[in-house]
Design a binder for this molecule. Structure first.
Ligand code: PMP
Length: 409
């Protein structure tokens, strides 16, 4: 093998016994998922659009995966469009619905969302505002991160609103939005308004039924539920018409052209099947682990605030503010001890901007920068939780020695 073709080697030191507590950012691919995917790289490599047997095998695998993905939200396989992930699904839902609706009715130029959505919802909306002349209403949230229903009621326009987009579970703070209540308000106003829900952080974690939630468009991402990265889906309710983003060969019923990511889709399907099977058991296990660390941290570390809703919250999320501590320094220090955590969403922390979610919830600059997000999975253990809390307490004490605002704690 020439040096040019040598495999990529990772030089960053990594602990072998890392405690992984950043499951809202991403999750590892499960062994069963990996094994199911492998044959589609080298053996069943056919193009699903080809007429020969290799093409048919790939096409059939996609069809199985489509039904598995549909099952996790109680939909039909025909209502699932595969994409490259949550970001693309959100872009497709928002641009596709907004531009599609306005093309049919030029008065439909108003869109509604919340101030705490993921950037992959907010950015396409800002673009529609700036470049396409849409008006966007950003709903405020309470200090627990729940959207303001009264402002939603006041904002909906019977004749002008084309789309409402509200997330199911917030990626930073873990709060669950009242999606059923929101959809009933929308339906009461006008049955033609489309309702999109970014369910990226909720799918596989809490039971979801699209009939029950009464949504038209739902975003799902594979890598948040132990599937591979680069695969996702958009649920499009039967009868709902949106414009495509990508034009070309017309795959995915003309809504997403491009040769399908067959092994990614296969892995995504398997991950959905497993997540659905284990949902109740995992939710129960993870919430016990979460409550265990929350109680321990509040008791043992002074100057701690537990953020977000205590009731309307996903099991795996814990979010804290530690006074007199810099969150980034805390994440780095914990990493030195082999513990992976996060200051907020993986995407916004790269931009080095204070979190728009915490800002919308009324946090001060110091409170935002002193925040830590913990994402727990069913693969974590009680022993890991004990080691984490012990290390956290030690690291916070160290950091506070250098803090001008917390010498008394
Ligand atoms: N929406 C939410 C709520 C998310 O948490 C994420 C991922 N951080 C996305 C959308 C984007 O998903 P993906 O990484 O699959 O593009």
């Amino acid at each position: 093998m020439s040096s040019d073709s040598a495999s990529i080697s990772v030089t960053t030191p990594e602990h072998h016994d890392t405690i992984y507590l950043d499951n809202a950012a991403t999750t590892p691919v499960l062994e069963e998922v990996f094994l199911e995917m492998m044959p589609y790289l080298r053996i069943h490599f056919g193009n699903p659009s080809s007429l020969h047997s290799k093409g048919y095998v790939a096409k059939r695998a996609i069809s199985i995966a489509r039904n598995r993905v549909a099952s996790i939200i109680g939909a039909s396989g025909k209502e699932i469009v595969f994409t490259s992930g949550g970001t693309e699904s959100n872009n497709l839902a928002i641009r596709g619905a907004a531009l599609g609706c306005r093309a049919k009715n030029p008065r439909k130029s108003h869109l509604i969302t919340s101030t705490i959505e993921h950037e992959s919802v907010l950015e396409p909306l800002r673009e529609l505002e700036k470049k396409n002349g849409f008006e966007v209403t950003y709903l405020p949230v309470s200090n627990e991160g729940i959207i303001d229903i009264d402002t939603l009621k006041e904002s909906i326009s019977n004749s002008r609103t084309a789309l409402v987009s509200i997330m199911l579970v917030n990626n930073e703070i873990g709060t669950i939005q009242p999606i059923k209540e929101i959809s009933s308000i929308i339906r009461l106003t006008n049955k033609e308004i489309l309702f999109h829900c970014d369910a990226t952080q909720g799918v596989g974690k809490i039971p979801i039924s699209v009939q029950d939630l009464d949504t038209d468009l739902v975003t799902i991402s594979s890598h948040k539920i132990n599937g591979p990265k680069g695969a996702g889906a958009l649920y499009i309710r039967r009868g709902v018409r949106i414009d495509p983003l990508l034009l070309g060969g017309g795959q995915e019923t003309l809504l997403r052209s491009g040769t399908e990511n067959v092994y990614g889709i296969v892995g995504f399907g398997k991950a959905c099947e497993i997540a659905l099977l284990n949902l109740t058991e995992n939710e129960c296990k993870v919430s016990k682990l979460r409550d265990y660390i929350v109680n321990k941290i509040i008791k043992s570390i002074p100057g701690t605030r537990y953020n977000g809703s205590k009731i309307h919250r996903i099991a795996g999320n814990a979010h804290f503010t530690f006074s007199g501590v810099n969150g980034e320094a805390l994440v780095m220090k914990l990493d030195e001890y082999g513990i992976a955590t996060s200051t907020g969403s993986a995407c916004s922390s790269k931009k080095q901007k204070p979190s728009h979610v915490l800002k919308a919830m009324g946090f001060s600059y110091d409170e935002i920068t002193g925040s830590l997000r913990i994402g727990i999975s069913a693969e974590n253990t009680i022993q890991e939780m004990d080691r984490f809390v012990m290390t956290l307490s030690q690291v916070i004490n160290e950091l506070r020695k250098f803090s001008p605002i917390a010498p008394h704690l």
